[in-house]
Write a protein that binds this ligand. Structure first.
Ligand code: C2E
Ligand code: CA
Ligand code: CA
Ligand code: CA
Length: 275
């Protein structure tokens, strides 16, 4: 860097180095997050629209790093790139099963706990074995657990995915396609995937008004899902208006700040007894 643009280059490369170093430091800390007990699950309630009852929770991971709660948006991508998502995903599933077991002992009511599965985790050769082991160790009915997978996941290696989804479903788990409508899945494949539920992405719900383009898309997805024998849930529901539109269009379930924010396990238990 001895030419005219030299200083510029040095600064740029320093900035890059700092960025890379921060990343490495974060990755090193994340590597120990499990053994240090720094991960926790929060649970966001889901409401059925036929009788307004609590039907389940989505498990959302948080990282308590030096006392500060870090959102998954800030470390799941890093975990995915570094491969740490595999042990983290194992931990999340085991923890969700543990919570399902506790709730099943505390109440006869039945809730599903939805667990997010990332691409690298899903396509890992031992994924099916890990899920099977975790379920049998936790001694819960597999139907308590729902796996949320994205369109990106299912469109990679379609033939193998079709088989894997069938195997998971044979074991009694339920399967949902997360963020539906934002990915690039081909509708033609939808009938070949052995799934139970479509989860409409919050980007279609945020500005939902009658007769809008979003309304057309949301209604079409609800009808598509129902004609394929799937149930449909909408995420990111923040207002009573949004809920009533979705109800009128026959959507089965909602999740969002309007019904409830993600809650700590204790608060979620309280929510169960109050709803
Ligand atoms: P997602 O699966 O689409 O999860 C929904 C996100 O929307 C959550 O953010 C949730 O807190 C937020 N949300 C829920 N209701 C509302 C609402 O009414 N309005 C708005 N504006 N937002 C709402 P969170 O918890 O930060 O999670 C972000 C993403 O991180 C998730 O998106 C999911 O892709 C990923 N993630 C979370 N937990 C896990 C996990 O255990 N494993 C994996 N692989 N990914 C996870
Ligand atoms: Ca999700
Ligand atoms: Ca989602
Ligand atoms: Ca999303």
């Amino acid at each position: 860097a001895r030419d005219a643009g030299g200083d510029c280059f040095v600064q740029y490369s320093n900035a890059l180095n700092t960025r890379a170093q921060e990343r490495l430091a974060l990755e090193a800390q994340l590597r120990h997050a499990i053994e240090r007990n720094e991960l926790e699950l929060h649970f966001q309630p889901q409401q059925g629209l036929t009788d307004d009852k609590l039907v389940g929770f989505e498990a959302l991971v948080r990282w308590r790093r030096n006392g500060e709660l870090i959102s998954p948006a800030d470390f799941i991508p890093l975990a995915e790139e570094s491969g740490l998502i595999v042990p983290i995903g194992d931990w999340v599933l085991a923890e969700a099963c543990r919570q399902a077991k506790i709730w099943s002992l505390e109440t006869p009511r039945k809730f599903v706990i939805a667990v997010n599965i990332s691409p690298r985790q899903f396509h890992h050769p031992s994924f099916l074995r890990r899920v099977t082991e975790t379920l049998s160790e936790s001694q819960i009915d597999p139907s308590f657990i729902e796996l949320e997978i994205t369109e990106g996941i299912v469109m990679r290696d379609v033939e193998r995915t079709i088989e894997l989804l069938e195997d998971l479903r044979k074991r009694g788990l339920t399967l949902a396609i997360d963020d539906f409508g934002t990915g690039y899945s081909s509708l033609a494949y939808l009938k070949r995937f052995s799934i139970d539920k479509l989860k409409i992405d919050q980007s279609f719900i945020r500005h939902l008004r009658p007769n809008s383009e979003d309304a057309a898309i949301v209604q079409a997805v609800i009808n598509l899902g129902h004609h394929l024998g799937l149930s449909v849930i909408a995420e990111g529901v923040e207002t009573a208006n949004q809920r009533e539109l979705l109800r009128a269009w026959g959507c089965d379930e909602i999740q969002g700040y309007f019904y409830g924010r993600p809650l700590s396990a204790d608060k979620a238990t309280q929510f169960i007894f109050e709803n």
